[in-house]
Design a protein around this ligand. Structure first.
Ligand SMILES: Cc1cc2nc3c(=O)[nH]c(=O)nc-3n(C[C@H](O)[C@H](O)[C@H](O)COP(=O)(O)OP(=O)(O)OC[C@H]3O[C@@H](n4cnc5c(N)ncnc54)[C@H](O)[C@@H]3O)c2cc1C
Length: 410
């Protein structure tokens, strides 16, 4: 790596933009090219299912940087062009327009793509996915003439979109294959809170259902048919059934891929000149002592700075705890930590679950793995400290709101 090196970033999302920013902040003065498939400069996606979908945020407020920032920081922004292949031998990436971009170091921030439904009728008009700004705009427009909305998938995006549709005064049905929405992420006790939240806001939430097919009239969706034969009329269907990391470039070039691009704690891939960050990276996290691929904003916000340092041959390690947030109706939450099903043996609540003002803690024995504060603010740093200290906690003290979170040790 020299002062005149060329660094190439593929993927014009949050991670790509933050990487360019970090490289300049850290004093890298070689060439930076940022290639994005979307025609828009990097923007934040969380508002797409929240304020922006509800018409409460201006487009300009979503962009990571003002347009002039790229010029001012000498970042060559190539938009509306996908990278189609990676030639590791000759150190270049081929773009869809046939041009080749050379690199000394390459950072892949290609993010992820929504999984598609494969059932009959999935390609009818009126069936939407939500990933890009244009998707959010199309759904917002469709809200205007679609009194009956069916949301397939009770994950974060499905639930937030359902809340936006209710805010628009629409009739909303959520279809979820599991016993509760978010049950895989949060476990049954906390997932129940979200089931009740949506039902109390007028959503027809149906769990344990299989969607068999979508039917339509003149190419436009009219109904959703379930496995048990029941039929739900729909003017608009929104699908949120998970995402797949965009690994093709790396995979086809022979870089290790396994649930994302496999990178170490420095965000370096199996090719020492290729790095990955954000949704697409399955990164080793020393604090968690395992590889994790995190599909959330904070990861795309913070990982790129570490990738940038590594690209510049400086030693930096990514060991932040995963963090995410969500807003639905009048409920706001922040989740810190990592607790998959099977990792924890109990959930301790602190506060009032019924009025949805509480903190939930996921514990393995006496150790806290994760905490989620719901309508309870300025506590995520304390939750993080409890988790990272690794100290044994007293579950009764943890549950007792009169005991400070700094004082919950066993
Ligand atoms: C609707 C919505 C709501 C969300 N809400 C929240 C939330 O409330 N809280 C939270 O923590 N997280 C939320 N997220 C998740 C968060 O937005 C993502 O984790 C974050 O966007 C990941 O950033 P990224 O840069 O890694 O990937 P992306 O944002 O996916 O960006 C990757 C970019 O790379 C481009 N690209 C892909 N392949 C190529 C290629 N071959 N050549 C060129 N360009 C390519 C893509 O088109 C895309 O523009 C939400 C996501 C969505 C979609």
């Amino acid at each position: 790596m020299t002062a005149t090196s060329d660094f190439l970033i593929i993927g014009g999302g949050l991670a790509g933009a933050r990487a360019a920013e970090a490289l300049r902040r850290e004093g890298f003065d070689g060439g930076i090219t940022l290639v994005g498939e979307e025609p828009l400069r990097p923007y934040l996606r969380p508002p797409l299912s929240k304020d922006y979908l509800q018409g409460k945020a201006e487009q300009e407020s979503l962009f990571v940087h003002p347009a002039v920032w790229y010029r001012d920081h000498d970042v060559d922004l190539v938009l509306g062009t996908a990278a189609t292949s990676l030639d590791r031998t000759h150190h270049n990436v081929v773009l869809a327009d046939g041009s080749r971009r050379p690199f000394d170091r390459l950072l892949l921030c290609t993010g992820s793509t929504p999984k598609s439904l494969t059932i009959p009728g999935a390609d009818l008009d009126g069936v939407h996915y939500l990933r890009r700004m244009e998707d959010s705009e199309r759904i917002k427009e469709a809200f205007a003439g679609s009194p009956r909305v069916v949301v397939i998938g009770g994950g974060w995006i499905g639930l937030e979109t359902a809340a936006a549709a209710r805010a628009a005064g629409l009739q909303v049905t959520i279809l979820e294959t599991a016993a509760l929405p978010l049950v895989g992420v949060l476990g049954p006790h906390v997932a129940q809170v979200f089931a009740e939240l949506h039902r109390s806001n007028g959503v027809d939430l149906r769990c344990n259902v299989e969607v068999e097919r979508l039917t339509g009239d003149a190419g436009r969706v009219t109904d959703v048919t379930l496995g048990d034969g029941s039929i739900i009329p729909a003017d608009l269907v929104i699908v949120g059934v998970g995402i797949t990391p965009n690994v093709a470039l790396a995979d086809e070039a022979g870089i290790d891929v396994d649930n994302g691009i496999v990178v170490d704690e420095h965000l370096q891939s199996s090719d020492p000149e290729v790095f990955a960050a954000g949704d697409v990276a399955n990164a080793f996290n020393r604090r968690l002592d395992r590889h994790v691929r995190v599909e959330h904003w904070a990861n795309a916000e913070h990982q790129p700075a570490i990738a940038a340092m590594s690209m510049m041959d400086r030693t930096a390690t990514y060991d932040r705890l995963p963090f995410f947030y969500s807003d639905q109706y009048d409920l706001g939450l922040e989740y810190t930590g990592y607790a998959e099903a099977g990792d924890y043996d109990r959930v301790v609540f602190r506060g009032d679950v019924e009025s949805r003002e509480f903190i939930a803690f996921w514990l393995a024995g006496h150790r806290v793995l994760a905490g989620m504060n719901v309508n309870t603010w300025d506590v995520s740093k304390q939750i993080e400290a409890i988790i990272t200290s690794g100290l044994a906690v007293d579950a009764n003290r943890l549950a007792d709101v009169s005991v400070s979170l700094e004082d919950v040790r066993a």
